[in-house]
Design a protein around this ligand. Structure first.
Ligand SMILES: [Zn+2]
Length: 271
């Protein structure tokens, strides 16, 4: 693809002194000035290729002498100019399904906006490679049955009191599952199976969660990172681990989830 010169994205073009220009301020790249250089630099929008710039230069910056191509290579070597073709936002084709209930809608909505801004294209796929299952409170375990049976990767997201738990990201047969998680919990809390049985029932009193708005957005950012990592082929941080965000917006806790010897999920790939 043709080189389409662009000034450094986001960097202001400034006059440093009578004989120098400067691109950017962090810390900035200093360029010796010469007649016609400033209007020429303003032509570098990342859309025009070198041939087009050579056509435009005589009319737009008649004072500029010398050949255009070596000048551009010099500016590129200095870092003042980059190839505009590399600045185009990538389109990420990855089949994802974002599922949520009412109590997790704002978290998933924020994550959706981030993923769309990042270029992810299929967030309501009917044939997903990844299902995000968000819920307010621990969900009924039957919610995971379909994904497990079909061998679809799935990521639980639980709005839990004043924090948000993301994970474990289950790749059926290849990474520890929600049942592994429950069996480990039952090892130290014998009543856990009885409690799990009641999860997701309408009779379970569940007041609105107390996750702050900023912690919700922070969790949405972390969720978006997990989905983008999955789209890129992983490994995601929540494979074999849970990530808990909150109660403070900058509070993060990871804890591991291993295959449980009593869970048969690791036999899926052995079969
Ligand atoms: Zn398991």
């Amino acid at each position: 693809m043709a080189f389409r010169p662009s000034l450094r994205p986001g960097a202001p073009l400034l006059r440093r002194d009578a004989t120098h220009l400067q691109v950017g301020t962090s810390p900035g790249i200093v360029i010796p000035d010469r007649p016609g250089l400033l209007p020429f630099l303003r032509l570098l929008d990342g859309a025009r290729d070198v041939a087009r710039l050579e056509e435009l230069a005589p009319a737009r910056c008649p004072e500029l002498v010398g050949r255009i191509r070596p000048l551009l290579l010099e500016l590129r070597a200095a870092g003042a100019v980059v190839d505009g073709a590399t600045l185009v936002r990538p389109r990420i084709d990855h089949e994802v399904a974002l599922q949520h209930d009412a109590g997790s809608a704002s978290l998933v909505g924020s994550a959706r906006a981030l993923l769309e801004a990042a270029g992810l294209t299929h967030l309501d796929s009917t044939e997903p490679a990844l299902i995000v299952l968000a819920s307010h409170g621990e969900p009924a375990r039957s919610d995971f049955e379909r994904a497990t049976l079909l061998g679809i990767d799935h990521l639980p997201v639980v709005v839990d009191e004043d924090r948000v738990r993301i994970g474990p990201l289950v790749s059926p047969g290849r990474a520890p599952c929600v049942s592994c998680h429950d069996r480990h919990r039952a090892d130290w809390d014998p009543a856990w199976p009885a409690l799990v049985h009641q999860l997701g029932r309408a009779s379970t009193i569940l007041l609105p969660a107390a996750v702050s708005a900023v912690a919700t957005h922070a969790a949405a950012g972390e969720l978006a990172v997990e989905v983008l990592t999955h789209a890129a082929g992983g490994p995601a941080r929540t494979t074999g681990r849970c990530l808990v965000v909150g109660p403070a917006h900058d509070a993060r806790t990871f804890w591991p989830v291993a295959f449980h010897p009593g869970c048969s999920c690791d036999l899926l790939t052995a079969a």
